[in-house]
Design a protein around this ligand. Structure first.
Ligand SMILES: Nc1ncnc2c1ncn2[C@@H]1O[C@H](COP(=O)(O)OP(=O)(O)OP(=O)(O)O)[C@@H](O)[C@H]1O
Length: 306
């Protein structure tokens, strides 16, 4: 497979750029010839991925964290349509949080990532489509690979992304969660699943999951599968700081699904309208905008290198 690497030099706190000579030498030894480009800032990974697909590359690899993977996934689409359904998405994980890779049990080891890229093995991969209001107040569309959520998760993501992550993903997220919950006021949101009867719910966070983890290892959607054509929805209502801090183990090992303030659903589309105030979005760890939004699963729309 003709392979192109979309490299975020700033991922892993800048270590990807600093160690690129060493990384690219190892990539070359395993894959042979490959193309690559460095990202220069927001959504540049999408542009590079789109260009690579237009140039006939069949495997596009995100070299970075969940943010880079999200942008590369967006590069598989033009005008809302997949450019080449046979092109495969790959990941060489270099992030601090690394939530996407956890669903598959992948570690940060370069050798094992290259082994996945070297073989022809792929599996179908669902992608989420999000139609929402962007940070400039305009209607926008963004695709997601892992989890899109709204509520306190977005406040936490803003806190984390404005810090350095130098203490690592877990500590940054724990600290960001504390600060986010102090700032956040529970909001009422009108949810409609698969065009059914709308329900007004109290939202700490709603996670719309393709993968299983967000927030640097929180096991928010333990049963989500990335090729079942469905979103797993986890609704947290009236969660307090103590739930995330004192009882945090349950958030990280999945026990939260048995708590009285957790509800779960499965659906193909979700529409969410804010009823009490602004509700912001976290999309694979990035914070592009707010509700109202519609999320639609695109079943098996691309393939994933596994
Ligand atoms: N050259 C660059 N300079 C500064 N920022 C960049 C550059 N290239 C990409 N970015 C930004 O990096 C962010 C994505 O980082 P990414 O998620 O890949 O790494 P991470 O933060 O280390 O990992 P994780 O999200 O898994 O914790 C995006 O917001 C993107 O706009």
């Amino acid at each position: 497979m003709k392979t192109f690497l979309v490299v975020n030099p700033r991922s892993a706190n800048g270590q990807t750029g600093k160690r690129w000579v060493e990384i690219s030498a190892q990539v070359g030894r395993v894959l042979g010839e490959f193309g690559h480009g460095f990202t220069s800032g927001g959504m540049d990974a999408a542009r590079l991925a789109r260009q690579a697909i237009d140039d006939g590359y069949e495997c596009i690899v995100a070299v970075g964290g969940d943010g880079t993977l999200n942008e590369v996934t967006n590069g598989f689409f033009r005008d809302g349509k997949v450019i080449n359904p046979h092109a495969a998405l790959g990941l060489l994980p270099r992030g601090t949080g690394g939530d996407f890779r956890r669903t598959f049990g992948w570690d940060l080891e370069l050798g094992s990532a290259l082994e996945r890229l070297r073989t022809e093995k792929t599996e179908p991969f669902d992608v989420g489509r999000l139609d929402f209001i962007d940070n400039d107040g305009q209607p926008a569309t963004r695709f997601f690979a892992n989890i899109a959520s709204f509520g306190v998760s977005a406040v936490v993501a803003r806190e984390v992304n404005s810090g350095s992550k130098a203490l690592g993903g877990h500590v940054s997220f724990m600290w960001g969660t504390v600060k986010g919950l102090v700032k956040y006021t529970e909001q009422q949101v009108r949810l409609t699943l698969d065009g059914g009867t709308p329900e007004s719910v109290s939202v700490t966070t709603v996670a719309v999951a393709n993968g299983r983890y967000f927030g640097s290892g929180m096991f928010v959607a333990p049963d989500a599968v990335t090729h079942d054509g469905l979103f797993d929805i986890t609704l947290w209502s009236h969660y307090r700081l103590s739930d995330f801090v004192l009882k945090s183990k349950g958030v990280y090992n999945g026990d939260h699904v048995t708590w009285k303030n957790t509800r779960r659903f499965r659906c193909r589309t979700l529409h969410a309208e804010p009823e009490t105030g602004d509700v912001f979005l976290d999309v694979d760890g990035e914070t592009p905008g707010r509700l109202p939004c519609t999320m639609t699963v695109l079943p098996a729309v691309i393939r994933l290198k596994v």
